[in-house]
Design a protein around this ligand. Structure first.
Ligand code: ZN
Length: 492
């Protein structure tokens, strides 16, 4: 794990921050939560709409079963208790991109509660960050301020996103530093990605995060007044926004002022937060049970069926991979960056003659080259299948370790996978020139009369020594199998 420097602002004062995060994750279903409109991103504005998601009078919502399965799977992966019965509720507010005038969400009876995520807490220890709840809700539409005629005078509304399924994951105020917030979000995204229920694409808004933050004198039990930072579009910016906001709150309090409960926006160019509006309280939304939907029941049988589809999660997978392949924790971290990559690695390693050699090559030959080029492993010119193929060639003696290093260098130079470069370079460069090899063998035998005598006296293992010497003389370019053959012939 890349460690992020400790935030100086906080540690140097007598105040401690209290942070809670609300994360909205869009579920990767083909259709919306209460109608059969497509959820596809990037469609022409207002093309994926129907009377239900447009909020026409009399249109009734029908719950999408896959949405429930995805949300339940995410909740299980986040160690939550899934409630057998949860209730949809109307959250009432007026906004131009909310055609019904309310959003269908869940309030006092959410889908799931009491979960946690573990984050590294230094020195190999872990800290549990509580998850208060995971609930289902529908997304609102989008107000557009650019990209159409008259954009300087008018705002346009695109309702394609209206009714797209979301889960909201609310953390306990257990997060003590901006670094922990960053870690929490990184782990959360990783877990959700592994479950496959969302692509967590922040640019397309599939993962959005709001942060609640307050400060209090160290040792005080009572929480300070919090502000909410909204619509920050990267984890790095959330960390920066929190550092700024904590510093701002401490300054206000230390200079005798009071924190106002409000929503603030982060400007990443300036690295500052700005007041947007005073924060609504829950009662402002006049929540009440949604009369058009029955209570949602996820019984034990259905829950068990969903739980069966849970893949091995990243933390457990890393621990297993360290044991199984003898790789370092850091490499396991890199190799489990995505489920696809970890799958690729493991299937390559298993298909190879020697799985551990694949892991060793990734560790000793691939990682360093990637780092030197500033590439992440997803953009490696050498695929996991390429690493496995090269491992097999070394294993069979078809290429030497030295040749492998040269071939890897060429792969990075040319931006090509191992097999392609091996075809171009590998075969011709294998020294299979028999006469040159025979000459090298004669020289080695002549230079080592004592070993030759031992061999002739019956110590046949001495052949390994001669092969080694010939390989050395050929600077690793010789084909060891061929050398072995020629030597045996000559000595026999
Ligand atoms: Zn619709």
């Amino acid at each position: 794990m890349v460690s992020v420097p400790e935030t100086s602002v906080v540690s140097q004062t007598r105040f401690e921050p209290v942070i809670g995060l609300e994360v909205h994750v869009q579920l990767l279903t083909a259709t919306k939560i209460f109608c059969s409109c497509s959820t596809r991103f990037g469609a022409a504005p207002n093309s994926n709409v129907c009377p239900v998601c447009l909020g026409m009078p009399g249109a009734l919502p029908v719950l999408n079963k896959t949405v429930v399965e995805f949300a339940t799977l995410a909740a299980i992966a986040l160690n939550c208790q899934v409630n057998e019965t949860s209730i949809f509720a109307r959250k009432n507010y007026f906004y131009p991109d909310l055609p019904k005038g309310y959003q269908i969400s869940q309030y006092d009876k959410p889908l799931a509660e009491h979960g946690f995520i573990e984050v590294p807490a230094g020195g190999g220890s872990k800290k549990k960050i509580g998850i208060t709840r995971v609930h289902l809700e529908e997304d609102a539409g989008k107000s557009l301020h650019e990209g159409f005629p008259d954009a300087d005078e008018k705002t346009a509304i695109d309702l394609n996103r209206t009714g797209v399924p979301l889960i909201e994951i609310v953390s306990e105020p257990d997060i003590a530093t901006p670094d922990e917030a960053y870690e929490y979000l990184t782990r959360l995204k990783e877990i959700i990605l592994y479950t496959g229920v969302s692509d967590c694409n922040m640019e397309e808004g599939s993962l959005r995060c709001d942060a609640n933050v307050s400060v209090r004198p160290r040792g005080q039990k009572e929480l300070g007044t919090k502000t909410e930072i909204k619509n920050v579009n990267s984890f790095r910016f959330i960390r920066e926004a929190l550092i700024y906001e904590i510093g701002r709150q401490v300054e206000v309090i230390e200079s005798g002022g009071k924190i106002t409960q409000e929503t603030r926006l982060y400007n990443s160019n300036e690295g500052k937060t700005y007041s947007m509006r005073s924060k609504e309280q829950a009662h402002d939304y006049r929540y009440f049970p949604e009369p058009d939907l029955l209570p949602l029941v996820v019984d034990a049988k259905w829950k068990a069926e969903i739980a069966q589809t849970l893949p091995e999660l990243p933390e457990a997978r890393r621990e297993r991979m360290v044991k199984e392949y003898g790789i370092t924790e850091y490499d396991a971290q890199v190799l489990t960056f995505s489920r696809a990559l970890a799958d690729q690695f493991e299937s390559a390693a298993k298909a190879a003659k020697n799985p551990k050699r694949v892991a060793n090559l990734v560790q000793s030959e691939l990682m360093g080259r990637l780092k030197a080029k500033g590439l992440d492993i997803e953009h490696s010119p050498i695929s996991m299948a390429g690493v496995a193929a090269s491992a097999d060639l070394v294993e069979s003696g078809a290429i030497s370790g030295k040749m492998l290093k040269d071939l890897y260098d060429l792969c990075f130079e040319r931006g090509k996978d191992f097999s392609a470069v091996y075809e171009e370079e590998g075969r011709p460069r294998q020294s299979s020139d028999t006469s040159a090899l025979e000459k090298a063998i004669d020289e080695v035998l002549a230079a080592n009369p004592k070993q030759l005598e031992q061999y002739r006296a019956g110590k046949t293992t001495m052949i390994g020594f001669f092969v080694g010497q010939v390989m050395k003389a050929s600077k690793g370019q010789a084909n060891p199998q061929l050398v072995n053959e020629l030597l045996t012939k000559k000595l026999g």
